[in-house]
Design a protein. Sequence first.
Length: 803
Amino acid sequence: MKPRRIDAVLLLACSWAAGACLALSPWATAAACAAIAAVMLRLGHRRLPMLALLVVALGGARAHWQLERGWRDYHHTVTQLSQPSRCGLRGRVIHSPLVLRAGRPTSQDDPPVFGQARIDVAVEQLRCGERWAPAGTLHVRLYGAPESLARDDRVELVADIAPRRLFINPDVPDPRRQLALSGISASGSIIDIESVTPGHSLWSLIDHARASIRKRIEATYAPHIAPMARALVLGETDLNSDDREAYRLSGLAHLLAVSGTHLVIAVIALAKALGYLLRYVAPLARRVEVARVAALLCIPASWLYAEIAGGGGSAYRAAAMLSVAMAAKAMGERPDALRAFGWSLLGGALVQPLAACDLSFALSVGATAGLLVANRPIRKIQRWCGRGLGALVGAFATTIAAMLGCLPVLLSIAPEVPLAGIAANVLAAPVGELAALPLCLAHAVLWWWPAAEQGAAVLAMGALHIVNAIAYAATDAAWGLRLPSPTAWQLAIVAVGALAAAVCVGRARWAWIALALLGCGAGEWLARAQGRPVGRLRITVVDVGQGDGLLIDLPDGRLMMVDGGGLFGSPVDPGRRALMPLLRARRRSRIDIAVLSHPHPDHYSGWLTTMEQLEVGELWDSGLARVQKPHGQLVKRMDRLAQRGTKVVALSQLCAGPIFAGRAVIEVLSPCPRFDIQRNTNDNSLVIRIRLGKRTALLAGDAEHAQEALLMAHPERLRADFLKVGHHGSRTSTGSDFAAAVSPSVAAISCGVRNRFGHPHAPTLRTLKALSTTTLRTDHGGAIVWQTDGASQSWFQQRTWEQ
C-alpha cells in the first residue's frame, strides 16, 4: 500500500511553529526533525524534507531572537526598578482591558480606587525620582484601572510597580516564553490617574463595544452567572475560586473560554443566516450565488468576533482557519479542512514565532488535530453502530479525540487527566455550545430590544446553570488519571511517532506507534533517574521569589526539602507556582525529610502547600512556633501532617548527633541543644551542615550576627564549599568573621526581584567578594544548583546575568 500524501502547507506550517521548540529545547527538537526528515526521505520525498528543515532553522532563529529580546528587556527592567517603586508613567494602552472582579475588594470599606480592570501599558516616559526619562521598551501590567479605558488611550498615572516575578527553575518550562509572548516585564497597582487622552482607532471602538456588552451582561444576568457569560462572550476568565476549580477538575474549562470551536459555531451560524437573508435581496440573488457572498462577509466577521472575544491565540487561529475556508467557498471551491488548518497554523506562527508556546493556541491546535485525524474512524464507527447508538458513540469518540490531541499540552500544566470529563463533555458540550453560546451572543446584540435581551439572558442563565451543575457533579465523581508532565525528549518522540503513523499504512503504521510508546517509556525511565540521582549530593536553591526554598537530593536517593518560600501580602503561592512543578518534573511524589528552618511566612507558606500535596516521611522543626503561636495556623497544619503519619523529629534528637544518608553526613549545628526564646526568630534558625566525602554544604537559614557568633565557638565545623547565605543577603547576616570561617567557593543568595527590603545588601556582597567567592543570586538568573560526588563539585544557574 502506498503511504498517505503529506500536505506541504501543513508540514511547512508545523516546521515553522517547531522553531519555537528548537529555540527552547534544541537537542530534542533537532533530533525529532532529523528523524522526521529521514522517514520522509525513506517514503520517497526528496525536496520537501530539506525545505522543512530549512524552515525549522529559520523559525528557530526568529524565536531565539524574540526570547533573547524579551530577556534583555526584563534585565533592563530589573536594573531600572531594583526594588518596588512608586513611579509616574506616561504611555499607551496596548491590549484590551480585562475586568477582574473575583477576589478583588468590593466592600465600601475597601473599594478599588478607580476600577477593577487590568491594563497593559507601553510606557514612553518614566519618573521614579524627580525627572521624567525615556522608558525604552518597558511594558507594564497594571491593576485597578478604570473599566472605561480602551486600546490606544494615552494615560498619565502614578503606580507602584516592580519587575515581573518569573520563578526561573530547572526542568520546567522556560519562563522567558511568558516575557516574549506578552512583552510584559513589570507589573503593579495604580495609585492615581492624572490624565487620559482617548484613542480613536478601530481597536478603541472594539474595546468600547466590549465595555458596553460587559455592562449589559452584568445588568441582566444573575451575579453568580454573569462571570460565566463574560467568559463565553468576552474571554474574561473571572470565575470565583470554587467555580474555577470545578471547571478545571471536570475538564469543562474550555466551555467557558473563547475557543476555536465557539468561533466556528458562531461564524458558520452567521454564514447560514446571511445566506438565508440574502436570498430575499432579489437583484443580488439573481446575479450571484448568495452563499458565496455570505462566506465573503464572514471573513471580516470572524476577525471582529475574535477581537470582541479578547483576541486569544485560539480565537485568532480559528479566525484564520475560517477565513481560508470561507475564501475558498467564496471563490466557488470546496474548502479543504486540512489545508485550511495548515494555513491557520502557518499564519499564527508567522505573526508570533512563539505561537506554539501560547497555551490557548496550542490547545486549539491539539484539539483540531485530534478531530481531523479521528474524523474518518469516528464516521466508520458511527455507521457500524447505527443511527441511535452511533450518535452517542460518536460524541464520546469526538471528546476523546480532542482530549488526546490536547493531552501533551494538558499534562505540561497539570498532572491529572479528568476521566470524568469525558462523560461531562458529552453531556455539557451540547448545552454549552449549542444553547448557552448562541443565547449569550444573541443577548450581546439585543441591547436595542430590552424584552428580547432579558429573555435571552434568562434562557442563557438556564443553560449555564445546567453546565455548572454538570461541572460540579463531575468534580465530585473525582475520576482522574495522574500522569507525569512530558519531557522535551518525550514530546519529540511523540512528534516523530505521530507523523510516521499519519503517513504510513498497514503494519508500518503500527510499528511506528509501538516504537513511539517504547521511546516514551525509555524517556520516562531516564527522567526518573535524573530526578533521583544516587551517590551524589545535589542542592537546588529554588527560585521562590523573596524567601527560601531548597530541594536536596541525598546520595541514598531520598529527598530533603528545606523551607518553601512565601510572599508577604501576595496571593501568589510559590508552593504551587515553583516547587510543585519542579517536583513533578523530577518525578518526586514524596518528601522524605521536610525541614522548617524557622517560623517566618517567607519560609513556610509554600512549604506547607507543598507538603499538603505530597507524602512526607519526617518533619524537622525547632519547636519555636509552638511557643510563639501555639494555636496559630502553622502549628495546626503541622499537627495535621503528624496525624497523616509524618514522623516529627524533635530538636533534641536532631542535636544529639550526626544523621546519615548513604555516604552523606547531616548535622544540625544550631540552635542546640534548644532554641533561646530571648533571641529573635531569625537567630533561632536551624543551621544545617551536610558533608559528602571531602565536600561540605552549610545552610544558614536566616541566622543573623548573634547566632553566627555562637556558631563561631566551633569554627572548624563551619568550613564549607557551598554556603546558602543567611537572611537573603541582609547586612544583619554573613559577618566578615563568620564568612571567613566558612570560606565558601560558592555562595547562593535566595531573594526576589520584587523584595522591598533591598536584599541582598551591599556589605554582604562586599564581604563575599573579598573572599573571592562566586556569589549567585536567585533574583539574577533564577535557581542555583550545586552538586558533588564527594570529590569534585560543580554548579550552574538557570540563566546568565550580565552585571
